[in-house]
Design a protein around this ligand. Structure first.
Ligand code: SAM
Length: 261
């Protein structure tokens, strides 16, 4: 009997229908696959059935990693490490597909790390990831909505995002208190050229620090009231941070980089 470790966000997916849906979202046969947090191997075994060319999993829990080694030795590569500390882009020679029912306590950290480290030469074809619904809602949110914010702007910078479905707590063991959502991400061929993602983070942090306040204060703080930028990007300072679309934030970041280079 496996005792789930709360500290590692262990809510194992036990719903066979959902598991089958996940592995049927993309072709796996003869592809290189990475799974983050395989846990007890529920998804792992279905991925294996589809005959991937190479299959690597990253599991932080030593006990689970040892169990997986016993069940799947010679069939998959098991890395007993923290996903936040590995260079996943170096694991395979070719582009990979990534699956993960992510540990919810670090899911945004994992996604942010991957986005920030992405160059035009993408190391993956697609990411099929499970998040808590509230986080997924923030990832897919569009401007003028209450969920729109830093995470939506960062995620949409380099990735196309599609929501597949919501999943109820009953599909997991132990049952989480919240609903989950399954998202699929594919890389954008062309994304807005920003020199340093830290600048995008700085811009969005400053603007969304007071999300109910008008844009005037954060704009003046960052751009010293530069009227040329306001005219060029057609920004009305009486609006609020959630009223500016993705592109405007990327353009503002470029202007910020030009001013500070
Ligand atoms: N994929 C399994 C499933 O759906 O049944 C388990 C999903 S569970 C939500 C998250 C898994 O990620 C757990 O097995 C946990 O031990 C593992 N994990 C937690 N933190 C991790 C980290 N930093 N790096 C790698 N794996 C981690």
């Amino acid at each position: 009997m496996i005792v789930a470790k709360k500290s590692l966000g262990q809510n194992f997916l036990i719903d066979k229908e959902v598991l089958r849906l996940i592995v049927n979202l993309t072709s796996i046969e003869n592809k290189s696959i990475l799974e983050i947090g395989p846990g007890t191997g529920n998804l792992t075994s279905l991925i294996l059935e589809k005959k991937p060319k190479e299959f690597c999993v990253v599991e932080k829990d030593y006990d689970l990693a040892e169990k997986l080694k016993k069940s799947y030795k010679n069939k998959i590569t098991i890395i007993n490490k923290d996903v936040l500390k590995i260079e996943e882009n170096l694991l395979f020679k070719e582009k990979i597909k990534v699956f993960g029912n992510l540990p919810y306590n670090i899911s945004t950290e994992i996604l942010s790390k991957w986005i920030i480290n992405l160059k035009h030469n993408f190391w993956f074809d697609c990411l099929i990831l499970m998040f808590q619904k509230e986080v997924a809602d923030r990832i897919i949110a569009k401007s003028n909505s209450s969920d729109y914010g830093r995470l939506s702007i960062l995620s949409n910078w380099k990735l196309n995002i599609k929501k597949i479905c919501d999943i109820k707590p009953i599909s997991f063991y132990p049952k989480p208190k919240i609903d989950s959502s399954l998202l699929i991400f594919t890389p954008k061929k062309n994304f807005y050229p920003i020199k340093d993602s830290k600048n995008l983070e700085k811009i969005t942090r400053t603007f969304f620090n007071h999300r109910r306040k008008m844009l005037k204060k954060p704009f003046n703080q960052l751009f010293n009231g530069d009227q040329k930028i306001l005219d060029k990007l057609k920004i009305d300072l009486n609006l609020r941070p959630q009223n500016l679309d993705f592109e405007t934030y990327y353009k503002l970041t470029s202007e910020f980089e030009n001013l500070n280079s």
